[in-house]
Design a protein. Structure first.
Ligand SMILES: Cc1ncc(COP(=O)(O)O)c(C=O)c1O
Length: 472
């Protein structure tokens, strides 16, 4: 079999896989323990390469035991779904295999990334903004904090952090853990990230932020960075950017917006109000691999001021790579990576395919489906909404008739569903309460998919309930 034959056989597998994704009776996962998987697939690399038939078999095995995240019953993570034009874009990105550092080796991809950043800045309201595609939301947050540190203490780029100056960052107590990692990496220290109280819906309380800043100043510290979250990981809450911006202006602090989860809401005319004031921030993490359903990874950090990213890079006297012959700004000069994957091209293909209005409709549909799911919960006698829905996440639990440990019951419910492969949904703790967290992130979901999810959940819950022994 020639390599071209292997390719054509592999492409048939792609088509089969995509057809199966549409099949509602297909399990989302054939769950196996690690020890079982190791028996099913030979993971070791042998001295001799495999035969072509065995090579094709490996593809089948890889797909068979992987989680089908393109299945519409995969509602577990903040990414989900299958975006056809983006998949095509990814395929041809790999085919053209290049790196984003110079125009010389990536002329079209450089122009596409520049155009994507321009468009994203236009939505954000950064009139003279810039940006770069990075390797995920966590890393975008890291580069944001890095930019803020270099703005607050420019000499730290060369001298390192002066430990007599206690830099302090402020995030809400619902914010993502990546900020502590960022402070750790940047020599600021994870303990210097202050977690500001949030309200019952998960939004940062502005007066609490101001109080924390004042207390920090009175301790002789140097506040420098505040992160607002645009859709918190668990509850999907949007921090009040406009109010936080006033405080940051008053104390001259860098304001970052972490839109890793919910930043794409900015595309929606109907719902953008949740991000009111976004144009007043200094940087913004926008992760198209979540709500825009671009294959992982596709993530951008936008900055309000052109030049910010270049300022971060301390030595680009690297004429072995940046020849400056084409008189075009090489994107590598504003990235902390040297070689960098092409992640903007798949986004460009998808945006071209759906158009501005098409994408807006996909985001509006997400909110409509989340409202629909919330209504099902509210109207069902055995379902309880744990927290009011803020955006794309519906946190609820099942209440059996028989008195029982509700956290345990709901965890069993989630686990039974995961293992039977019908629907995979996540959970989290709201205070002491375990909530099933349904996240609506697949822009192609319809009401019948949500109905199917609740049918699966309720039939599993009823079966579990019959096995319950009353609590004494
Ligand atoms: C609010 C928030 N910030 C940051 C991240 C990290 O993004 P990524 O997974 O792309 O690193 C997440 C991930 O879920 C998130 O929910």
């Amino acid at each position: 079999m020639s390599e071209l034959n292997i390719l054509s056989e592999s492409l048939k597998k792609v088509t089969n896989y995509l057809e199966n994704n549409q099949n509602r009776n297909q399990p989302i996962v054939k769950f196996k323990k690690p020890s079982e998987l190791k028996k099913l697939i030979n993971f070791e690399i042998d001295k001799q390469g495999v035969s072509e038939q065995d090579f094709l078999k490996l593809i089948d095995q890889y797909l068979e035991y992987s989680v089908k995240t393109g299945n519409k019953q995969f509602v577990n993570q903040l990414f989900s779904g299958f975006n056809f034009p983006a998949f095509i874009g990814e395929l041809f990105t790999v085919l053209a295999n290049t790196s984003m550092y110079t125009y010389e080796v990536a002329p079209v991809a450089t122009t596409i990334e520049t155009e994507m950043i321009r468009l994203m800045n236009r939505y954000t309201g950064y009139l003279d903004g810039d940006g770069i595609f990075v390797t995920g939301g966590s890393n975008a947050n890291l580069v944001a904090m890095f930019s803020a540190r270099n703005w607050a203490l420019p000499e730290s780029r060369f001298e390192g952090c002066d430990r007599t100056i206690k830099l302090k960052a402020f995030i809400s107590n619902q914010a993502h853990y990546s900020f502590e990692t960022a402070a750790n990496v940047l020599g600021i220290g994870a303990k210097n990230v202050i977690k500001v109280a949030s309200d019952k819906n998960g939004k940062m309380i502005p007066t609490e932020l101001e109080k924390e800043i004042n207390e920090s100043v009175s301790r002789g510290e140097k506040p420098f960075f505040v992160a607002a979250t645009c859709a918190t990981t668990l509850l999907g809450a949007y921090d009040p950017i406009d109010e936080l911006a006033q405080i940051c202006k008053k104390y001259n602090l860098w304001l970052h917006a972490d839109g890793s989860f919910g930043g794409s809401l900015i595309l929606s005319d109907q719902n953008r109000y949740l991000m009111k004031g976004i144009e007043k921030t200094d940087s913004f993490t926008w992760n198209p691999h979540k709500l825009m359903n671009i294959p992982l990874i596709c993530s951008a950090l936008l900055v309000k001021k052109r030049g910010t990213l270049q300022h971060n890079i301390t030595d680009i006297n690297t004429d072995y790579i940046f020849h400056d012959i084409d008189q075009i700004e090489d994107l590598g000069k504003k990235s902390i990576q040297c070689g960098r994957r092409v992640d903007a091209v798949k986004l460009w293909f998808a945006w071209k395919y759906f158009g501005l209005e098409g994408y807006q409709k996909r985001i509006d549909n997400l909110i409509a489906m989340a409202i629909f799911a919330e209504e099902i919960v509210v109207n069902h006698p055995k379902l309880e909404l744990v927290v009011k829905r803020q955006s794309f996440a519906v946190c609820f639990r099942y209440i059996p008739t028989v008195k029982t440990d509700l956290n345990k019951f709901n965890l069993d419910l989630r686990e039974t569903m995961r293992k039977n492969g019908k629907s995979i949904v996540n959970f989290g703790y709201v205070g002491e309460t375990l909530a099933i967290r349904l996240v609506i992130t697949n822009g192609a979901l319809s009401k019948s998919d949500i109905d199917l999810f609740f049918n699966n959940l309720l039939s599993t819950a009823i079966a579990l309930e019959t096995e319950l022994k009353p609590m004494i």
